[in-house]
Design a protein around this ligand. Structure first.
Ligand SMILES: Cc1ncc(COP(=O)(O)O)c(C=O)c1O
Length: 429
């Protein structure tokens, strides 16, 4: 089946919100870093949106899921407790950093974010949230309300949740205060303090929600000082610090969780994506100080912590640990950034290269104005796909080409993906 046929079939039964997305390639099988259909193979350089950190259809994950399917598929939490769900909760509690010693299971990232917002309001008795420009937290109404990456994610859905303020995120390449990189005085934190003095009284703020490395917003790691500063502000005012590690978690950024790289630990952490290698599951992790008072009956979801997803998650965590994929992401990511380091000087259309672990972005710009150039990235993505490599974009206008390959991608495949990007970038000079 070619893409045109896929497009026509989708258009007949699926709304444009999906059918007109890019690229809708047919996929009949997936293994490791490869996707295939009709004898054609494509290298998945986006890991199904940072989900297949251990590769597609890892045999251990598939075997664990198959066994669990034969045992019990549906054991709804609260009414039934399957061994898979119990063991996953215990395994996560051992793995999670800081004071995070309780987990609640949902199905999707957005659902974990909604749970965080609800429990933060209940635990603090406050209603406000602080979020950041460029943030992406998901598509439910709650998660959309704290999402600030693109107006198009919010347009037409209002009024969204009241009490949410957005402040500048430390995007050092496009510093809102014009400070040079390396010369940062963390004005973003001053803006937060001023905002709390003028607009959002801190004793009304339930939580500050932040991605330690912004994903959809453009693959932007926060400076450590910013996250440490948020921790301090939250501690001063009894505000809950919520890390959205839905994209950064499970080895992607070179440790199990990005919080460990920064040495800053939240009160609540949202997780999903890579946890079960594609089986749907999400987690709201918190300290027992916060989640321990969540009253029975006040929240829940029918499929949360599904037993097959839980078994796949346990197997995924074993593969991640057994193959030290976080360590591999750290090593390969550092080598990748080393290789890309000279690109902004070498190519007039590359503005910035940045990332953490195997979450790396290349920001393309207009060579004269320096403005983001999403059209160029679209054309690069299409050319790469013609040559058998699937990348996707991030950033407000799609100006960032993202590299999030499976963490166990063979080194020579990663090399050839970057060779291709280099050739394509050169060709647009
Ligand atoms: C940081 C972050 N938070 C939340 C979400 C939403 O997750 P889901 O699509 O599973 O609801 C995403 C998805 O891309 C994400 O990257």
């Amino acid at each position: 089946m070619d893409r045109e046929t896929v497009r026509k079939r989708l258009a007949a039964s699926v709304p444009p919100v999906v059918s007109e997305d890019w690229p809708n390639i047919p996929v009949d099988w997936a293994r490791g870093h490869l996707l295939g259909s009709d004898g054609r193979e494509v290298v998945d350089m986006m890991s199904g949106f940072a989900v297949t950190n251990v590769g597609h259809n890892h045999p251990d994950v598939i075997e664990a899921a198959r066994r669990q399917m034969e045992a019990v598929v549906h054991a709804p939490a609260g009414v039934m407790a399957s061994e898979a769900q119990l063991l996953l909760a215990e395994t996560l509690v051992d793995l999670l950093p800081g004071d995070l010693d309780m987990v609640w299971f949902g199905n999707s990232g957005a659902e974990a974010v909604d749970a965080a917002l609800k429990v933060a309001r209940m635990a603090t008795g406050r209603f406000r949230f602080i979020s950041f420009y460029g943030s992406f937290h998901g598509r439910t109404v709650g998660a959309t309300s704290v999402t600030g990456s693109k107006a198009g994610h919010r347009r037409g859905y209002g009024p969204l949740l009241p009490g949410v303020s957005f402040l500048p995120y430390p995007n050092c390449f496009r510093c809102p205060w014009g400070e040079a990189e390396g010369d940062c005085s963390l004005e973003c934190l001053s803006a937060l303090r001023e905002h709390m003095d003028r607009v959002a009284p801190p004793d009304e703020v339930a939580g500050v929600i932040v991605e330690p490395v912004q994903g959809e917003g453009g693959f932007i790691p926060a400076p450590r000082g910013f996250l440490a500063g948020l921790r301090k502000v939250c501690d001063e005012h009894g505000i809950l610090l919520i890390f959205d590690e839905i994209q950064t978690g499970f080895g992607r950024t070179g440790r199990n969780f990005a919080a460990e790289t920064f040495g800053v630990y939240p009160d609540l952490m949202c997780l999903a994506k890579a946890l079960a290698s594609g089986f749907p599951i999400s987690v709201l992790a918190g300290s027992s100080g916060v989640l321990g008072d969540w009253p029975v009956g006040s929240h829940g979801t029918t499929f949360g912590g599904n037993s097959v997803s839980a078994a796949a998650a346990i197997a995924t965590l074993r593969v991640l640990a057994g193959e030290d994929l976080a360590g591999r992401a750290r090593r390969l990511g550092a080598a990748l950034l080393d290789r890309l380091d000279g690109w902004p000087r070498r190519f007039s259309r590359v503005g910035d290269v940045r990332g953490l672990g195997l979450m790396v972005g290349i920001e393309y710009v207009d060579p004269v104005s320096g403005d983001p150039d999403g059209d160029l990235v679209s054309s690069l993505l299409e050319s790469a796909l013609e040559r058998g490599f699937l990348f996707v974009a991030a950033g407000q206008s799609g100006q960032v080409l993202r590299l999030t390959p499976p963490l166990n991608i063979p080194e020579e495949v990663l090399e050839s993906a970057v060779d291709l990007l280099e050739e394509l970038t050169e060709s647009r000079e």
